[in-house]
Design a protein around this ligand. Structure first.
Ligand code: WT7
Length: 652
């Protein structure tokens, strides 16, 4: 917890408070602190009634019998209800004027634009749902989606949801091995992919990675390929089919299945403290309810808004806030395929100006990159359409928050810093922009219905401004239901660390006003550019290389990415420490896991500092990585012999 303690010190000095602009509050869904408090009180006094009242916002084929059945740590929300996510995101709007409203406005990195109205999107989704059925996908089957950020990805998700197939999206940056393991863990029957996508002017090939992965995935029978880049790809007769061809062979009639509230909607893999990623399972009604409600409340979304969340759909933010939350609200969603600095560092601002984006949601890592690139880029563009700015993924430092507010929001736009996780499914701690005064660097207060707290390791409450562990004390509708295929790990990871509460894995403190300040992970998980990576996962990848005897991976604070991955490696006896080998190892990790896991730096050492019981002293390595700087002579071995003395103390 040493990093947690130092964070407390740095944030304690932040005392700026920004009240919601009056003009904003006047038109907001939730207009005052009193209204927020009323909702919060209602939810805490009578949670079932509160959530039942909220659930009226969704379209149900059949209403629920019971709001919540809690058999700790297993929750069943809205039992007895029948509902469909695709129906809520599409069909319900077709009966209204939104029928011909733009649902998706997509921009490819090279510059193409495609727009789909709700009616058009509905047609495409129904057709693709029929394609899935044609290839034998049934309710309850799993479908893997390994795609660039193109409209077909949203269509494939909604098509799965429509027929009750559970999707598992694997971010396009993951390697063939990672893809294979995830497909096998979920037993996917079908894979949807593309020839490739565009990123920073270069093609990211996807189909060859799928070809490699499916050599060892016995469950996969079919692969559907979107033609995106036009590059030449291998098409395996009988297994592979082009999207644009099969879509022509089906009709556009496909009623949404009436599914149970707890029907599995999707699995999304995320890193944990062991080498094996966890398949986080989200189900239908509760997930949709909280994604829907938080989108409406926290983004204060209105029909006139043009909404853009820059996340890739491969992460949970894209699931909840590019697709399900905004579409169930009938919003116009902007989607952009590529990099923020292509062809120049003003691409995002260009997109905001072109489509008159009013609500913009991005990550601190992106904001810090914009700061580095310079304010001349946003200043070149008319950003007056913006009315609300959001951030997610990691703690935002007050300097970046202020820059976002001043340079992008011109001091006019409320900023919503939203704390949540893959596991929580939707936002948990966040301001309501018309009601909550904001403080730079704080996600403010739990949303109505969310009982968050800060506790000691033994579950005792902590006082104001004392650091502790962030926990959730009551089940919430969009919570994960289990870890796919490993319920024991679900119990152990989330419900056993502190008795009776959900353990988020983050350090936090609450100030005297009840505002939460999130201080980062307290486990062996590194948050790189807002993406989680387990140190164990990277260590396993390194050790799988023939030259590596042992590896320890730690995080080093990074100005842009939040944290950078630093690996300490000892080599097999006969291997020489060379710069070439460092490069090879970095490439090896990228190949094993994906480019996002590639260590920033590899440092060779003849031994790793350990306690007498053999535990690697990561805290020490973290200090060395943080203060030690980069070695001039890159082939020099790290000498830990001086640390021998410390062993004794470490154990005591
Ligand atoms: C972890 C969850 C939620 C979507 C993106 C990441 C960190 C997330 C914030 C925030 C401080 C944050 C936490 C959390 N985190 N949002 N607003 N302030 N930290 O999803 O990959 O599941 O990671 O991201 O450490 O536990 P994820």
């Amino acid at each position: 917890m040493s990093s947690v303690t130092s964070n407390i010190e740095s944030t304690l000095h932040e005392d700026r408070v920004f009240a919601p602009p009056e003009t904003f509050s006047r038109g907001a869904h939730i207009r005052s602190a009193e209204e927020y408090e009323r909702l919060r009180a209602e939810a805490s006094e009578s949670p079932d009634n509160f959530w039942a009242r909220m659930a009226e916002e969704l379209h149900w084929f059949k209403k629920w019998d019971t709001v919540l059945k809690w058999d700790a740590p297993h929750a069943e929300w809205f039992g007895g209800g029948k509902i469909n996510v695709s129906d809520n995101c599409l069909d319900r709007h077709l009966e209204t004027w939104r029928r011909n409203k733009a649902a998706l406005i997509w921009e490819g990195e090279p510059g193409e634009q495609r727009t789909f109205t709700y009616l058009q999107l509905h047609t495409e989704v129904c057709r693709f749902a029929n394609v899935l059925k044609r290839f034998g996908v049934q309710t309850g089957d799993r479908v893997a989606l390994y795609m660039p950020l193109i409209p077909e990805l949203a269509m494939a998700m909604l098509a799965c949801a429509r027929i009750g197939a559970t999707h598992s999206i694997i971010f396009g940056g993951f390697s063939a091995d990672s893809l294979r393991d995830r497909i096998n863990d979920a037993g996917c029957k079908l894979v949807v992919t593309a020839d490739g996508g565009w990123r920073r002017g270069a093609e990211v090939k996807l189909k060859p990675t799928v070809d490699e992965a499916v050599k060892e995935t016995p469950s996969v029978r079919t692969c559907i390929v979107v033609r995106r880049t036009g590059t030449r790809v291998h098409i395996e007769a009988g297994r592979d089919h082009w999207w644009h061809e099969v879509i022509e062979t089906v009709d556009a009639h496909c009623p949404a299945e009436e599914l149970d509230s707890e029907h599995p909607l999707y699995i999304l893999y995320t890193s944990g403290t062991t080498g094996k990623p966890k398949g986080i399972l989200h189900t239908t009604a509760g997930y949709l309810l909280q994604a829907h409600l938080t989108t409406k409340w926290v983004f204060d979304l209105k029909d006139e808004d043009t909404y853009w969340c820059t996340a890739d759909i491969g992460w949970v933010t894209g699931h909840s806030y590019v697709v399900y939350g905004p579409l169930s609200n009938g919003a116009t969603v902007v989607m952009y395929e590529g990099a923020p600095n292509y062809p120049e560092p003003d691409r995002f601002w260009r997109i905001i100006e072109r489509h008159r984006v009013s609500v913009f949601y991005t990550a601190p890592t992106a904001i810090r990159a914009f700061i580095k690139w310079g304010e001349q880029w946003p200043l070149k563009h008319d950003l007056t359409s913006l009315r609300l700015l959001g951030t997610v993924g990691e703690p935002i430092n007050p300097e970046a928050w202020m820059w976002y507010r001043e340079i992008i929001g011109k001091g006019r736009c409320p900023i919503v810093d939203t704390w949540w996780q893959t596991e929580t499914g939707a936002m948990m701690i966040a301001p309501l922009p018309g009601a909550t005064p904001t403080k730079p660097g704080s996600a403010t207060k739990p949303l109505p219905g969310i009982e968050a707290d800060v506790m000691t390791r033994s579950g005792a409450p902590v006082g104001p401004n004392e650091g502790g562990y962030l926990v959730i004390k009551r089940p919430w509708p969009s919570m994960l239901r289990t870890i796919w295929g490993d319920d024991e790990r679900y119990r152990a990871t989330y419900w056993s660390e502190i008795d009776g509460v959900y353990f988020a894995g983050d350090g936090a403190r609450r100030d005297a006003d009840g505002y939460f300040w999130i201080m980062g992970r307290v486990d062996d998980v590194i948050n790189v550019s807002g993406h989680r990576l387990g140190t164990m996962e990277v260590e396993s990848a390194l050790v799988s290389h023939a030259a590596v005897a042992e590896a320890a991976v730690v995080a080093r604070p990074d100005e842009i990415k939040g944290s950078a991955i630093i690996a300490f490696v000892t080599l097999e006896g006969d291997r020489k420490a060379t710069d070439g080998l460092k490069e090879e190892l970095r490439r090896h990790v990228a190949k094993e896991i994906g480019a996002l896991a590639r260590p920033e730096e590899i440092r060779f050492s003849d031994q790793l500092p350990k306690t007498r019981s053999g535990k690697i002293m990561r805290r020490l390595l973290r200090e060395i990585a943080t203060s030690g700087g980069v070695q001039g002579d890159v082939t020099t071995l790290e000498d830990f012999s001086v640390l021998e003395k410390l062993r004794v103390h470490e154990e005591e």
